[in-house]
Design a protein around this ligand. Sequence first.
Ligand SMILES: Cc1ncc(COP(=O)(O)OP(=O)(O)O)c(N)n1
Ligand code: TZP
Ligand code: MG
Length: 541
Amino acid sequence: MADTIFQLRSLPFFSTHHHHYACRHSRSRIMASSSTSPSLKMTHDGCPKNKIPHVLSVAGSDSGAGAGIQADMKACGAAGVYCSTVLTAVTAQNTVGVQGVHLVPEEFVALQLISVLSDMNVDVVKTGILPSIGTIRVLCEKLKEFPVRALVVDPVMVSTSGDLLASPATMSTYLEELLPMTDIVTPNLKEASAMLGDVKELQTLDDMRSAAKAIHSMGSRYVLIKGGHLKDSADAVDLFFDGERFHELHGPYIDSQNTHGTGCTLASYIAAELAKGCSMLQAVQEAKNFIGKVIVHSKYMVIGSGQQGPLDHLFHLKNHSSGMIKKRFNSDNLLLYAVTDSVMNKKWGRSIVDAVKSAIEGGATIIQLREKEAETRYFLEMAIACMEICRSRDIMLLINDRIDIALACDAHGVHIGQFDMPVMKVRNLLGPSKVIGVSCKTPEQAHQAWMDGADYIGCGGVFSTTTKENNRTIGLEGLKTVCSTSKLPVVAIGGINGSNARSVMEINDPNLKGVAVVSALFDRESILEETHHLKSLLLHS
Ligand SMILES: Cc1ncc(COP(=O)(O)OP(=O)(O)O)c(N)n1
Ligand SMILES: Cc1ncsc1CCOP(=O)(O)O
Ligand SMILES: [Mg+2]
């Protein structure tokens, strides 16, 4: 190891000139929106056959394990991909900042590269900090000697505080020699601006578009500019450019201190998805989706005393400070889902609380309070009373539509529709431990719900019903279509009762976990008997 130990904070502020290159390479290993290299044999899900997908991360070590090679390994682990590592630098850092950097000599970077690339069948190389001209050159040379399917470059060049971490000469080498070999480069706004010579601060989507074009013309086949901190935007908008078209990738901006290493994680996750056989656009979308979920999940975690906490990439750490670890939602709870209706129960002279008690006694496995008319104060009182019953019987209570009521009574979760509050916003408000169900009629809606971090899908109306007016029915065929592609458990809803529940369950899709019912339970004289009858039908279908 080199004995170059120095303080990162003492690095000077560099300003570079504007570069403009047109050295596009002509490889076509990763397509924008179709599958992978035609020469590789793929399984049905796009993975090369009999091959463990493998990403090599060429990056720096972060002693605090929030970013760098440690984040890359965790992100690849979360994506189910093997990750080998070539260290370019060793940093002493924690949640407060970077205390020091020790560079790995380029000859030793070369040796590590040869060790891994000559033996381990690497699919994709992802780069993090490349601290010297020598290191960049060694990497370019070894990649020519041992070609891989894709090169993902996270241009770690600007520290959080805005300091440029690369000298102008290093930057030139980066742009002239590495970028033309790059399949995708993933700068944030500051890095994109630095790559273009810092002539302009990027403030708008239009600025991002021009920057993406300019960076593309320097040689990277695809460009992803991360607009997480774009001014005047409530969204986290990232811009993907494939050389012809722009794609805006939207997601809510999640306010959390635990975001250290998100850049490394995003680039590594893209690399991992590419290694599995995804197209470039798919890989970027999956990575964005993962980052959104992991930031929401990690929001309440406390590790270290500084402002820059790490992520819980594997969703597995115990004892988050608030005790809010996301419990895996047990989809068996969806078997007999009782959805209340005050108007119906009033007609039969009983309160919602009594109705809920009877439904649970009869065998309902989960309850939803669906009150379309109730005033807020009354709805909350009802919800608090029902929560007490449900808690004592270990049954989940979800609230329909009203996130405020769910928060106020500490319900187990909510059920929302396509026109209610967006799922990611709800997740942000409720935190990781609450259950979120989403109404979906199509596979596209179901896919989106999964991407946004929902726990289950309510699919319907399957049959016609008078309980919800102007609601298009999708029939058993529509239900089958959603179930067959859904990545989330599904509960069927709409016009389901004792005479058709079997036919619903007989579509026989493993994702279909049960039925949700309003009138067949609550618009009947005996809730207890109806629930009991329906439950035994379901248990024997
Ligand atoms: C389990 C379950 N599935 C679907 C719905 C319908 O929700 P939504 O589409 O938001 O319609 P409303 O119930 O709000 O009228 C549901 N409530 N529960
Ligand atoms: C809330 C809802 N969403 C789709 S259909 C429906 C109503 C289901 O009520 P019922 O079980 O009485 O048909
Ligand atoms: Mg709704």
